[in-house]
Design a protein around this ligand. Structure first.
Ligand code: ATP
Ligand code: MN
Length: 477
């Protein structure tokens, strides 16, 4: 007897005899109707059993969460709510689930409660939908780059350079931390550590990716990234996944074009391929919005918002122009911002980014040409001598989703920047080599994968879009 998945059966154009189906019981009512889910789709399939011919002990074990196998026929349903259903001939309990103890009951649970049960929360509609969309986005990302001539590069997770992330990196060591070897000056002797030097988990694959772009032309990374920043926000994780394309001969305009085209493609892919899950998430969000005060509700439903992203150009605005807008904005004049905007040069906070996106432009915004001293050392200096070719893509509800730049390709300018910042040149000799040998204009960006999943699924907290979130004081599972 052939085994089918729920999605295959629900999409079937005709009735099918002699099928097998395995999955988990979502609900069981009237001793007759089992709603069965196997993860292949958000939809359950209705399995109708003949309870008079099913023994009592089996009936007792058809509980929410139990794994079962059914055999029978796919038939036209007479009831309302579904076109097809399974007429069950035989049912086998594969794995029992104690209804008193199984935490995931067929009722509404809070996301906080479900986070504590992250190993089981995936059995709910919401998390099933989110994780299927996450998977589809991931596939679309590889597909986009593959279709556009990019090579996938795997940059190291353990890194020996700490130039980028000073202070917010996780150390990697095999030294006995209770009894570390010391140098003559009494400092920890990392020469005795596994790698013979200090090492950390990477905060970005960019510097290594740049070396590959300078040979393969168009490359991207897609891997885990670690930041020991103590940001307890709804948008920060200590372990997250980042996509970092890097392209030789692209200037900042081409970089902005790439970011916009790329984001539109992957969101379009999900709209096309995850309809059932998005419809569910759209409904869920509308319910959630109803519990908020009127003035905090979003103007658009989820699917509408995704479509809006695809149909509209991202507004490109220089940092200088943005500062003018913010300085003269109502919330700034009425002292509503926690961080007032008084002068050119200040770093933008998430409240400012969200004002620009959600209130002022009412569309995604790409801010570019930031002050040099609030951005990283490798960004290309403009002729004005005070701004760099940086760009941040800002999204409604999320704030920064992409950070990128045109890179400083001029050896002398880069070298001076490194010296001024007091970064040891020896740390970056290999990076500087790319500017010594065949240097060229190049650009790239980093997109936080979970922020993209958050936006696409409408989930409010980044902890609910990654299977097992790592955050300060939390590494369960
Ligand atoms: P933010 O100001 O929001 O902390 P950032 O300036 O530190 O972001 P970048 O260093 O430019 O971010 O990293 C590139 C992208 O990675 C960001 O645009 C964001 O999408 C994502 N990102 C950064 N930090 C985190 C984090 N802690 N958790 C999840 N995603 C993150
Ligand atoms: Mn940050």
């Amino acid at each position: 007897m052939k085994r089918y998945s729920v999605i295959e059966l629900l999409q079937s154009e005709k009735t099918i005899e002699d099928i097998t189906l395995k999955g988990w019981v979502r609900t069981f009512r009237s001793k007759r109707f089992i709603a069965l889910n196997d993860g292949s789709t958000i939809k359950n399939i209705q399995c109708v059993i003949d309870f008079e011919n099913t023994n009592e002990s089996t009936l007792k074990k058809i509980n929410t969460g139990a794994a079962i196998a059914v055999t029978g026929n796919l038939v036209k349903s007479l009831g309302k709510g579904q076109n097809l259903e399974i007429q069950v001939e035989n049912i086998v309990i594969l794995g029992e689930s104690d209804p008193e103890k199984f935490p995931i009951q067929p009722k509404k649970h809070s996301f906080e409660f479900l986070r504590e049960n992250a190993h089981l929360r995936i059995r709910t509609n919401t998390f099933g939908a989110v994780m299927r969309v996450r998977s589809a986005l991931s596939f679309a990302i590889h597909q986009y780059f593959n279709h556009n001539g990019f090579y996938y590069v795997n940059t190291p997770i353990i890194t020996g350079s700490d130039a980028e992330g000073a202070g917010e990196m996780f150390k990697v060591t095999t030294l006995d931390i209770e009894n570390t070897p010391k140098t003559e000056e009494g400092k920890i002797d990392y020469g005795k550590d596994f790698f013979g030097k200090e090492t950390n988990l990477t905060v970005s694959g960019q510097l290594e990716a740049e070396t590959y772009a300078m040979a393969l032309g168009k490359v991207y990374t897609f891997g885990p990234t670690f930041r020991a920043e103590n940001s307890n926000t709804t948008r920060h994780l200590a372990e997250f996944w980042m996509i970092e394309p890097e392209v030789a001969f692209n200037d900042l305009d081409a970089n902005m074009d790439l970011a916009e085209d790329f984001i539109k493609y992957v969101i379009g892919y999900v709209l096309e391929n995850c309809k059932n899950d998005l419809e569910f998430l759209d409904q869920r969000l509308q319910q959630e919005e109803k519990s908020k005060p009127m003035n905090q509700r979003s103007d658009m439903a989820l699917i509408e918002k995704l479509q809006f992203i695809i149909d509209n150009n991202f507004r490109r605005v220089s940092y200088t122009e943005a500062i003018d807008i913010l300085k003269n904005s109502k919330p700034n004049k009425k002292k509503k911002f926690q961080f007032p905007v008084n002068e050119w040069g200040v770093d933008l906070q998430s409240e400012h980014e969200r004002f620009l996106v959600e209130k002022h432009f009412k569309s995604p915004v790409i801010l570019f040409d930031y002050p040099a001293n609030i951005k990283a050392f490798y960004m290309r200096l403009n002729d004005d001598g005070k701004t760099v070719r940086a760009m941040d893509v800002l999204f409604p509800g999320i704030g920064e989703i992409v950070g990128g730049s045109q890179r400083e390709e001029r050896f002398e300018v880069l070298k001076e920047k490194i010296d001024v910042l007091g970064i040891d040149e020896k740390e970056l000799w290999w990076y500087l080599d790319t500017r010594r040998f065949g240097t060229a204009v190049h650009s790239g960006f980093g997109l936080g994968f979970e922020r993209l999943v958050q936006f696409t699924t409408g989930m409010g907290n980044i902890r609910d879009v990654i299977p097992f979130p790592r955050t300060p004081q939390n590494a369960e599972f």
